[in-house]
Design a protein around this ligand. Structure first.
Ligand SMILES: Cc1ncc(COP(=O)(O)O)c(C=O)c1O
Length: 492
């Protein structure tokens, strides 16, 4: 059991210990019947007096959260609380961002995230990956039995069996897709790149949500597009502003993450989807719909925009990176009508096709029925960790912080007062082994946005420690700001 103590805090140490254990019980990380560390061992590991632990355990006992059993120590005896009363407070500024081609920070953000994986002490609140599937070795062995079929070059659009399975999966989402509309890609990043290079030429205008996925901004910058960032509201991209810019700039493409948006976690309504599609149609603009978090919803979400697209306006992108393993690099795209062939040809000269071994593993996973079970497990783990993250923020974050409450996916978005130096706070958090992504990288102009994206796909202990430290850093920064303003007003 990891307990982080803030020895500079005015809160007594025994109350901090009580608080942490209480929260671990409420989150479900400590379950009824679990054994607590002995008084002596916890005192030693936290380097505090045994009386301090006894005081904390006494309060928990008095509250009926734990009980002592003669000769065996302390055990948890409460039921974990389910929080059904989470408040979403997201209310972003509505400034449109216009971005001429320039450099991007995708490389730096990706490298920071990958390097964090090699540091076991690091609490990674920056980006989310699913935990590795336990049965992957068994599935991979079965997949490799077809080695004969795997040793040669294959179709650029991907294996037929896998495309059939993906098409069936998409039918459940309301998409009427045939295997002839599908291309299996090296992750959805490649699908985004193939689509963006197909629909957009250097100098063309493209609309993205602001904030949006930084890997998509990077591709657009790389191809020399001019980017318009339309602000998000709590309902999705601001459609009034979208219409204005469709009219004035005549963009070629709208890139949208309509479901479990990265980074905000928001999902748009069926009405919003219909209106977005109608506008795109009216102004002859293609839509690229990125559904990277497909399947990770723990509340119902509407069908994708592609499901209501009758005129081949929407290209749809999905991936197995967020539900199985990003290392497999298997994503896919649905391209209908005249765009299919040129995109497929582009795919061929990029990398011929996706690794047949990876495709066979995903295919075996889908055939086995394990995939459905895996999604159910991920959803039930993720809802718990989302709830726990929100509870921890309510507890530790300053009252001025606002956040979204996603219906699934892996991220939520925290907006902070304008004066919070989020870059400096990210740096300081690193010295506590906590990695976060500040908000700026998710906007096309990357200017200092006082916001951060947090993943909730972490253990309760890591969430508790990460959020409590971040809360302390945020409060301290706001307090400094308040004091410096006080000094200034006295002097002036
Ligand atoms: C919204 C979104 N799209 C696409 C991707 C790319 O993922 P992959 O290439 O692993 O499928 C990501 C990865 O984080 C993402 O968040």
């Amino acid at each position: 059991m990891k307990i982080f103590l803030d020895r500079q805090s005015s809160k007594p140490i025994y109350l901090q210990i009580y608080d942490r254990i209480n929260r671990l019980i409420k989150s479900g990380a400590l379950q009824p019947g679990d054994h607590l560390p002995s008084i002596r061992s916890l005192a030693e590991s936290l380097q505090v007096n045994k009386l301090t632990i006894i005081e904390a355990y006494n309060i928990l006992t008095a509250e009926d959260a734990i009980s002592a059993r003669q000769g065996s120590g302390y055990f948890i005896n409460t039921q974990p609380l389910k929080n059904t009363n989470l408040k979403q407070t997201f209310a972003p500024a509505q400034d449109v961002i216009i971005r001429e081609p320039g450099s991007n920070s995708f490389f730096d953000m990706h490298m920071a995230a990958v390097q964090a994986q090699t540091q076991p002490e690091m609490i990674n609140l920056s980006y989310g990956v699913p935990r590795p599937p336990k049965d992957i070795m068994q599935i991979a062995k079965r997949a490799l039995k077809q080695a004969d079929a795997l040793h040669n070059y294959d179709l650029p659009q991907g294996q037929l069996t896998l495309r059939r399975q993906i098409a069936q999966m998409l039918v459940h989402l309301g998409l009427d897709v045939s295997t002839e509309d599908l291309i299996v890609t090296n992750g959805s990043e490649q699908a985004l790149s193939l689509a963006m290079y197909h629909f957009v030429k250097p100098g063309d205008w493209v609309i993205v949500e602001a904030p949006t996925y930084f890997g998509a901004i990077a591709i657009l910058e790389n191809l020399g597009a001019k980017i318009i960032g339309i602000p998000m509201t709590a309902e999705g991209m601001n459609l009034e502003l979208l219409e204005q810019y469709l009219k004035s700039h005549r963009p070629k493409l709208i890139y949208t993450i309509s479901t479990l948006h990265n980074p905000t976690g928001l999902t748009t309504s069926p009405e919003h989807r219909q209106k977005l599609l109608t506008l795109a149609q009216e102004y002859e603009c293609s839509i690229l719909e990125d559904n990277a978090y497909e399947g990770l919803n723990f509340e119902p979400v509407p069908s994708p925009i592609k499901a209501i697209d009758k005129h081949n306006i929407v290209t749809y992108v999905g991936t197995f990176s967020k539900t199985l393993m990003p290392g497999l690099r298997v994503g896919y795209m649905v391209v209908t009508g005249k765009h299919y062939q040129p995109i497929l040809e582009r795919k061929l000269f990029h990398d011929v096709h996706v690794s047949s071994v990876s495709q066979a593993i995903v295919s075996e996973y889908l055939a086995s029925g394990h995939y459905r079970r895996r999604l159910n497990q991920l959803r039930s783990e993720n809802i718990q960790s989302r709830n726990f993250t929100v509870q921890a923020m309510e507890h530790y974050f300053p009252a001025s912080a606002k956040w979204t409450i996603p219906k699934g996916g892996l991220f939520l978005w925290v907006q902070l007062p304008a004066n919070v130096p989020i870059q400096a706070i990210s740096q300081e958090a690193l010295s506590y082994n906590i990695l976060i992504f500040g908000g700026s990288g998710f906007f096309p102009d990357k200017q200092g946005y006082p916001a951060m994206r947090l993943t909730f796909a972490n253990s309760p202990q890591d969430i508790e420690q990460g959020i409590s430290v971040l809360g302390k850093l945020l409060k301290r920064s706001l307090c400094k700001e308040f004091q410096s303003k006080g000094k200034y007003s006295k002097a002036s």
